[in-house]
Design a protein around this ligand. Structure first.
Ligand code: SF4
Ligand code: SF4
Length: 99
């Protein structure tokens, strides 16, 4: 296995760190990460008293939290975690099979 790397504009190698987890228990629902991500990875959801994930505007929602809804769209820039006041995101490099 190799680690996937790309090139920046200057032709230098960099290793994308793709989003893998979000600690929803501590999420403030502030939306800063959503604004920082330009790749349609994140969406706001609601959480009921029982911990069930529902639509953000559902009457049963006790609070709103961010959700990783389209992880495959992630480019690994880590802007979401930089924008998050609580550093709730986990990222990791992607392993690829050598060809
Ligand atoms: S790492 Fe970048 S592309 Fe991926 S979810 Fe965070 S802000 Fe969006
Ligand atoms: S920036 Fe952090 S606290 Fe705010 S919605 Fe995103 S994950 Fe939650």
């Amino acid at each position: 296995m190799n680690i996937y790397t790309g090139l920046n504009k200057g032709g230098h190698s960099w290793t994308p760190q793709f989003v893998t987890e979000l600690n929803q228990d501590d999420c403030l629902g502030c939306g800063r990460c959503f604004k920082a991500c330009g790749f349609d990875v994140l969406s706001m959801v609601g959480v009921t008293e029982d911990g069930e994930i529902v639509d953000a505007f559902d009457d049963e929602a006790e609070k709103k939290v961010m959700h990783i809804s389209n992880a495959d769209n992630c480019i690994g820039c880590q802007a979401c975690n930089k924008a998050c006041p609580k550093n709730l995101y986990t990222h990791s490099a992607m392993e690829v099979t050598a060809v």
